[in-house]
Design a binder for this molecule. Structure first.
Ligand SMILES: *Cc1c(COP(=O)(O)O)cnc(C)c1O
Length: 392
């Protein structure tokens, strides 16, 4: 019996990408075997995290690193570390930040939601989140104006979620922050580039272990040794609520080795072939117009963007995504543009034969359009409505 049958779950065809709500990524046998080997054993967690620090340094070029429960946990812990340093008394007082530098500056266009709000993740530590500039425009003078005597850190977000134009770039942010002696934390949760953000001058970079890296649910902090040490120390304080287990630390070490050894060109060629297939198949359907879309932050992924002509299809882009997700198997597409009449297909997590099934199901649906049961046009509202019904 497979896992879906055992627990009564619908199988999923994932054309959405590395999404936390779908279980992030497929963890390989190489990684699960390493995790299985440590689960029945005792280890000194500090020794294991020291081994992780070496593996993270090797992958990122950083002085040190540690593994956290998730990238979100990594961001919270990194912010806490910038406020407390390695002073255990300060650390134990959080989220009471009296007497500490307790403000975190972020460009307004970087105040994203990755399923939860980044500003809330920062505020969880007791820090105040100071947003600089406007949603679509932030300049150096506005960043300087937002930095003051209480600034503990600047958080910089590299993500398709962030506004991609009108912001101050990372290098300049690091230069400005350095003028004030303020460390820069980069949220690079979903980025392939493991070295560039630190090389650009950031003190800490935070990655998700369970997105592209294909590890277990986990986060990675890489950066300057005194700050990473202060990050790891947060396990004596607020970090305890975000504790990471031995299996995840081992999983991250193995996932980093696997990432180093992967056949990047071969993987990219397979992904591009899937996108080429879908481009031709979907452009043949009346009412759909498909085109290739480069990743906005420069990850080496080409996705397919599909515009839905609602009048000709009898369905909106949102209806189409929702109907495919509601079927069996559940077909998951990228839905963040459905409010603008588009959806995207992501090739990264698809297996052989799946893109063909996705295109067939889209063609079937357009032949017999069914509008979904929950009437809403917005994914956030839909998610909220279904949570209100959960566990039904
Ligand atoms: C996914 C994501 C996160 C959260 O990562 P987790 O490891 O799931 O906590 C944070 N920031 C960005 C930009 C993300 O894409």
């Amino acid at each position: 019996m497979n896992v879906h049958e055992k627990y009564g779950l619908r199988p999923v065809i994932n054309a959405a990408g590395t999404m936390t709500y779908l279980g992030s990524s497929r963890v390989s046998a190489r990684v699960t075997e390493a995790m299985n080997a440590v689960l029945p054993a005792f280890v000194e967690m500090r020794e294991l995290q020291r081994a992780a620090s070496r593996a993270i340094s090797a992958a990122t070029g950083a002085e040190a690193g540690c593994v956290t429960a998730s990238a979100a946990a990594g961001i919270a812990v990194a912010v806490a570390a910038c406020m407390t340093g390695t002073d255990l008394n300060r650390l134990e007082r959080l989220p009471d930040t009296s007497g500490l530098r307790n403000e975190v500056v972020i460009q307004k266009g970087h105040s994203v939601s990755f399923g939860a709000g980044l500003a809330q993740t920062i505020r969880l530590t007791g820090a105040a989140c100071i947003e600089a500039g406007a949603a679509t425009a932030c300049a150096g003078y506005q960043l300087r104006g937002a930095i003051g005597p209480n600034t503990a850190a600047l958080v910089y977000v590299v993500s398709h979620h962030a506004v991609q134009t009108g912001m101050v770039g990372l290098r300049e942010c690091c230069e400005i922050a350095a003028e004030y002696g303020v460390p820069v934390i980069v949220d690079a949760a979903s980025e392939y580039d493991l070295t560039g953000f630190l090389a650009a001058g950031a003190q800490l970079a935070v990655y998700s272990g369970h997105k592209f890296l294909g590890g277990p649910t986990s986060g990675i902090i890489a950066g300057d040794l005194p700050l990473v040490r202060a990050c790891y120390m947060q396990e004596k304080g607020i970090g305890r609520c975000m504790k990471v287990g031995k299996e995840s630390v081992v999983g991250v070490i193995e996932a980093l080795a696997q990432w180093r050894d992967r056949d990047a060109a071969g993987i990219k060629a397979d992904e591009d072939a899937r996108i080429d297939f879908a481009l031709a198949a979907l452009n043949r359907l009346d009412g759909l117009a498909a085109d290739r879309v480069a990743d906005p932050t420069g990850n080496p992924i080409t996705r397919l963007g599909v515009t839905v002509d609602e009048d000709r299809c009898g369905l909106s882009a949102f209806d189409l995504c929702h109907a495919l997700a509601a079927g069996t198997p559940s077909i998951q597409l990228r839905t963040h543009e459905t409010g603008h009449g588009r959806f995207q297909l992501d090739p990264c997590q698809l297996r052989d034969g799946e893109i063909e099934r996705v295109c067939e199901r889209i063609a079937d649906l357009l032949r017999h359009p069914v509008r979904p049961e929950l009437a809403t046009r917005n994914g956030g509202d839909l998610s909220y409505l279904s949570l209100l019904r959960w566990p039904d």
